[in-house]
Design a protein. Structure first.
Length: 217
C-alpha cells in the first residue's frame, strides 16, 4: 500500500528479459535505501514491484508478462525517469490517498498547457475506467496522488502545482504519451456493494439511496 506522494525519482537503467517476463534495474541517488530489505515493495510509476536485489543506490525487481502487458512498464525505454515510493508503514504520513500499486489501466495525455503558475493536464481514460473517475475525486497517475478537476466523457483534467511538476516525471510528459492509472479504491468497493445488493435481504441491502442518506455518495 502506498500514499501517492512520490519520495524520489530514479531511472530505468537496465531491462533483462527472462523468457516472457523481465527483470528491471532501477537506480536512484535520491531514494533512501537504508531501511529497504529484499522482499519489500517499491512503487515504480505506480506499479507495485518487489525488490529482489538491493544496493546503496539501486534495486532489481522482477516483472511478470501480465504487468508488462497492462502497464507502461512494458514499453518504457531504458534511461527513462520514473517515480518511486516505498510502501507505507504505520509511521508514514498519509498525505495523498490510499494507493494499492495495482494499475487499473493505461491512459493517454491529450493536452498539456500552463495555467497561471500551475500546469493543466488532460487525459483520456479507457472506457471501462471512466465510470470510477469523479470530479474532485482522487486518482493515481504514474503513482502520483492527484485530484480530478473536471470530466468530459472519457477525458478528465487536473491541475499540477509547480512542486509536484518538478519533483515527479510529470514535467517530462508529452502529448500522446501513455500513463498508468489507478482509480480510487473506494469507488470500486462502492460498485461492488451496489452490485451485490440483490444477493441479500432488502433490510440489509446497500443501495444508492442508503449511500446518499449517509453521506457516502
Amino acid at each position: 500500500m502506498f500514499t501517492g506522494i512520490i519520495q524520489a525519482t530514479g531511472h530505468l537503467v537496465r531491462r533483462e528479459m527472462m523468457g516472457i517476463d523481465a527483470r528491471l534495474q532501477i537506480q536512484s541517488a535520491q531514494l533512501d535505501f537504508h531501511n529497504v530489505q529484499i522482499g519489500d515493495s517499491i512503487a515504480v510509476n505506480g506499479v507495485c514491484l518487489t525488490a529482489v536485489m538491493l544496493s546503496t543506490d539501486h534495486f532489481l525487481a522482477d516483472v511478470s508478462v501480465e504487468t508488462l502487458t497492462h502497464t507502461t512498464l512494458g514499453d518504457l525505454p531504458v534511461g527513462s525517469l520514473v517515480n518511486l515510493e516505498k510502501a507505507l508503514t504505520l509511521q508514514t504520513p498519509l498525505g495523498g490517498h490510499l494507493v494499492n500499486g495495482h494499475v487499473d489501466g493505461v491512459g493517454i495525455l491529450t493536452s498539456y498547457r500552463p495555467e497561471g503558475r500551475s500546469t493543466r493536464l488532460q487525459l483520456r481514460a479507457p472506457d471501462e475506467l471512466a465510470k470510477y473517475i469523479a470530479p474532485k475525486g482522487c486518482i493515481s497517475i504514474d503513482g502520483i496522488s492527484l485530484t480530478v478537476n473536471q470530466i468530459n466523457g472519457m477525458e478528465f483534467d487536473l491541475n499540477i502545482v509547480p512542486h509536484t511538476l518538478i519533483k515527479t516525471t510529470l514535467s517530462q510528459l508529452t502529448v500522446g504519451q501513455k500513463v498508468n492509472l489507478e482509480v480510487d479504491i473506494i469507488a470500486r468497493y462502492l460498485e461492488r456493494l451496489l452490485q451485490s445488493g440483490n444477493e441479500y435481504p432488502s433490510s440489509n441491502r446497500i443501495t444508492q439511496t442508503f449511500l446518499q442518506e449517509h453521506g457516502f455518495a
